[in-house]
Design a protein around this ligand. Structure first.
Ligand SMILES: [Zn+2]
Length: 389
């Protein structure tokens, strides 16, 4: 058997630092074989400057929006951003296809090994056939008018079926998911959460202060979104509940859920999660700081999430709201705003936690025997990443 042997200044396993005397051994294909002291590793050790880390997991992306890179101006705020995304979706198919390929190439280069990818269209099906990255496809559905719920759901199911054909066990790699609490009716929520096999879900959650105002008071800037879309929501009456309490109970006890953005999540929300007998088995909090900055939203209160022992994972969101699909760039921004958080913790969010959130931790996320997590070397100041395997 041909082995590959790696040693660097630091070795992060996905869980912890190991001594810099440790040598990571993989098969030629990148399967983790062992971690041993240098004295017993034998010949042919490749030595690197920096940190050896498992490959990164991007828990929130919209690959199909890659053609929108640089199109929407920065700092528009949430509602104008959404209006512009909806207006700009129609592009030439060839441009969309090429942009998707370029974006996947950049993710590979940036050390990403798996992606939780939001899909409103089948535009990424062809690319995903090649299997260059692991994907969980979150087929996204939205519709705030109760009467259209079934029609909206069936349209998403048709997209789901196109992705499902790529996989032997479709439910392991595909789900139908709600877009956001302000864009999905109770009837549509029911159809989504009861879809057979739907066990891993995600939702854009508390991305802006306007969302809370709309959910809790039925007021604010989101009315402008529906006006712009020409949708009459005069029927809408808020439940008068706290924003998470108003919709989180829609999910079922056996379902895992990735809440994406959390920029407006506060202590009351986390108290609600901590104390209410929540029906959700596993809850992950995905942070996408560069997209928050691009749109002009605040960053999530990461220290508050940490204080509540929230399982944090990292996403890039799309090239409509980010300059690049690069998890390391997200970690740099987190490091800039939260310099007291140890690199080990940041790397864990980007590797093992992400793998757990996408239910891929039997394959990736850490240097454990039999896994093929990818091997990266990351500069100690998080300035650069190189993919070794
Ligand atoms: Zn998103």
């Amino acid at each position: 058997m041909n082995y590959r042997k790696f040693q660097a200044d630091h070795l992060f396993t996905g869980y912890e630092w190991l001594s810099n005397n440790s040598v990571l051994i993989t098969s030629a294909e990148g399967e983790i074989v062992d971690i041993v002291p240098a004295e017993t590793a034998g010949e042919g050790i490749s030595r690197f400057t920096g940190i050896l880390s498992p490959g990164f997991v991007n828990c929130h992306c919209h690959l199909e929006l890659s053609h929108m890179k640089g199109i929407i101006p920065e700092k528009t705020g949430m509602v104008d951003f959404l209006v512009k995304v909806i207006q700009q979706r129609g592009f030439d198919a060839e441009i969309i296809k090429n942009a998707i390929e370029d974006a996947e190439n950049s993710m590979l280069q940036n050390g990403i090994v798996a992606v939780g990818d939001i899909c409103n269209t089948p535009n990424t099906v062809e690319l995903k056939k090649a299997g260059r990255l692991l994907y969980h496809n979150f087929i996204e559905t939205m519709g705030f008018i109760e009467g259209t719920a079934l029609q909206r759901f069936e349209a998403s199911r048709a997209v789901y079926d196109q992705f499902a054909r790529l996989y032997r066990n479709p439910a392991d790699s595909n789900s139908i998911v709600p877009h956001a609490p302000y864009s999905v009716s109770a009837a549509l929520f029911q159809l989504i959460t009861r879809f057979p096999g739907n066990h891993l879900l995600t939702i854009h959650s508390q991305e802006s202060a306007a969302e809370r105002e709309f959910i809790e008071k039925g007021a604010g800037d989101f009315h402008r979104l529906y006006q712009a879309l020409g949708i009459d929501i005069s029927f809408y009456k808020p439940t008068q509940q706290q924003s998470l309490a108003a919709w989180l109970p829609n999910f079922l006890p056996n379902q895992s859920l990735i809440l994406v953005h959390n920029t407006n999540t506060n202590r009351d929300d986390l108290e609600y999660i901590a104390h209410c007998p929540l029906p959700i088995a596993n809850l992950f909090f995905c942070v996408c700081p560069n997209a928050n900055e691009y749109i002009g939203n605040p960053l999530p209160d990461v220290d508050l999430l940490r204080a509540y022992k929230a399982a944090i994972v990292v996403g890039t969101d799309s090239l409509a709201s980010n300059r690049q699909l690069n998890i390391l760039a997200e970690l740099q921004t987190l490091r800039h705003h939260y310099p007291h958080i140890e690199i080990k913790e940041l790397l864990q969010w980007a590797t093992l936690n992400g793998a757990k959130a996408l239910e891929l931790d039997d394959v990736i996320g850490s240097f454990e025997m039999g896994k093929t997590p990818g091997v990266l070397v990351v500069n100690e100041d998080l300035s650069k990443v190189e993919r070794l395997v």
